[in-house]
Ligand binder design. Sequence first.
Ligand code: AMP
Length: 215
Amino acid sequence: MNDKNYKIIMLGPPASGKGTQAEFLSEKLKIPNISVGQLLRDEVDKKGERAAEIEEQMNSGGLVSNAIVNELVKNKLSQDEIKQGFIFDGFPRIRIQAKYLDTLTDISHVLHVEVSDQEVENRLSGRRTCSECGDVYHLKFNPPKQEDVCDKCGGKLETREDDTPAGIKKRLKIYHQETEEVVEFYEKKGVLIKINGEQPIEDVKKEIFSKLDLE
Ligand code: AMP
């Protein structure tokens, strides 16, 4: 049931499990989970005008320019499918994006999934992503039923370009430098909820559902 208008943001370092938890919430609340990383990968696949620029920025482990990301987000927010609410995974990542989002809509809950750097490095080194639908697995913690094959769509599982050791270090650095400002931004607004991401997936889910009064 979803009688409130949930407008949720998932924050946390790469591999904090925020994408997995966003899927659980999306199912429970029957609202779309919008992964901005996936929107960007879709743009690359469509081979549009900006595909090369986006691909280069993503593969370097850096952030894609605000102009591109903000436009994708604005388009998404104008669509009917988000009228009942939404979950954003991967946006806003920096303060300027948070301020921009503030001009478009009001956010009801920001879930900050907290995980240490060491744990992020352990998790990312075994991560595999579906080349077709973007579903995420881990060789040890969440293996697919069949090696290198997506359970959901049968697509081929790959190591993302930015899941290399250098890419991981760079993303963590960006996270600490910039995303933490976003955490502060929402803390000041009084909508931030802290979640312990260093628990088994089911326990993280329980903590989130309980803090959102969903069970
Ligand atoms: P993700 O799938 O969320 O890990 O995102 C993959 C990559 O997409 C990131 O490393 C960035 O290059 C890019 N990206 C995702 N979200 C954003 C954002 N809000 N702003 C800028 N770049 C982003």
